[in-house]
Design a binder for this molecule. Structure first.
Ligand code: ZN
Length: 356
């Protein structure tokens, strides 16, 4: 008799559970329903617990019935849970409103990097003065980076340019390096032009822009990577006066018609004589300020191309002469915009880049 009751109770629990589930409409109610019909103290658990006391004939019947009811209730629970989630999502979508009066999200236009802007301005000015842009390689041999520019192996001036070596190994005194300056392009460009007519090499007037690399401790004035613009003019009868006129004209075109320039004697292995090139401070007009100190700003180095370098480039120094100079576009941009740390240029920080 008790055994009949167990089966009946299971059928009742199933029917009542399914009926109750119809009115369950929230996650909380679903949890309560689950505790009531699939929890610790239900018709199903009681049926399983009673199995040991049942006759061998009834035991499988009750066990199977309990399993069937449990599976049916669990399936109904899963289905109900899914439909509650779906209607919650639908309600949330329905409550969203499209407000066509809201202002649009602003689109920020891209812009050129301050260094690119500076370079393009320099290309324009040099273009007006008759210089063409010549691109030389960033990975160089020691021969081009140093030896052909009058820095023989072991030359003390090499210590001024701490070098990244790409490949040393078997190459002895001619390892592969990251160029430490744009000057190796002087010899590459001279050789290229001289090859077009070795007996009478053509006159050249070029600027050679590009990245240079030095193994340096970085600080506000030093980066391991920086731009240079090299200039070179080679021909017959070129003198130091042409160099001074070219750079003074450059300064006027960049900084204004009244700006003054100054040349101070210096030393570079690949030019002779050599000079540093200053312009009157365009921030204070030469009176002296926190940036310039004494009223002058250092812009670059220059000089007459050393006869050895001319010869290495295929130009006979008895017949040809030339001048060369090197400028730092980032240095000019720093002075012009009051940028006090060179490391800002390659940090890709939008707060910096959006100011230009
Ligand atoms: Zn100043």
């Amino acid at each position: 008799m008790a055994e009949e009751n167990v089966l009946q109770e299971l059928e009742d629990a199933l029917a009542k559970g399914l009926e109750d589930l119809k009115s369950v409409a929230s996650e909380e109610a679903l949890l309560a329903w689950r505790n009531q019909y699939l929890g610790k103290n239900t018709a199903i658990t009681q049926a399983f617990q009673s199995l040991g006391k049942l006759s061998a004939e009834m035991r499988p019947q009750v066990g199977q019935a309990a399993n069937r009811v449990k599976v049916a209730l669990e399936a109904a629970l899963a289905e109900r849970s899914e439909s509650i989630k779906e209607s919650a999502l639908a309600a949330s979508i329905a409550s969203e409103k499209l407000d066509v009066t809201l202002p649009g999200r602003p689109m920020t236009p891209g812009r050129l990097h301050p260094d690119t802007q500076m370079l393009r301005e320099l290309y324009r000015v040099f273009g007006e003065m008759g210089f063409q842009v010549y691109r030389s390689r960033e990975v160089e041999t020691d021969e081009y980076n140093f030896q052909l520019l009058n820095f023989p192996v072991g030359h003390p001036a090499r210590d001024m340019q701490d070098t990244y070596f790409v490949e040393a190994g078997e190459r002895g005194d001619n390892p592969i390096v990251m160029r430490t300056h744009t000057s190796p392009g002087q010899v590459r460009s001279m050789r290229e032009y001289a090859a077009t007519n070795p007996e009478n090499p053509p006159a050249i007037r070029l600027v050679l822009p590009g990245m240079c690399y030095r193994y340096e401790q970085t600080d506000a004035r030093h980066e391991t990577q920086f731009d240079q613009i090299e200039g070179i003019a080679v021909g017959e009868g070129i003198t130091f006066s042409n160099l001074k006129a070219t750079l003074s004209d450059l300064a006027r075109r960049l900084f204004g018609q009244n700006v003054r320039t100054r040349f101070r004697a210096s030393y570079f292995p690949f030019t002779e004589p050599s000079a540093e090139f200053d312009v009157e401070c365009f921030l204070c007009g030469g009176k002296g300020c926190a940036v310039c100190g004494g009223g002058w700003l250092e812009i670059g180095g220059c000089g007459m191309v050393n006869p050895n370098v001319l010869r290495n480039g295929g130009y006979d120094p008895e017949r040809y002469s030339g001048f060369a100079f090197g400028l730092g576009p980032q240095r000019i941009a720093m002075l012009r915009y009051g940028i006090n740390d060179i490391r800002y240029f390659w940090e890709n920080d939008l707060r910096f880049l959006e100011q230009f």
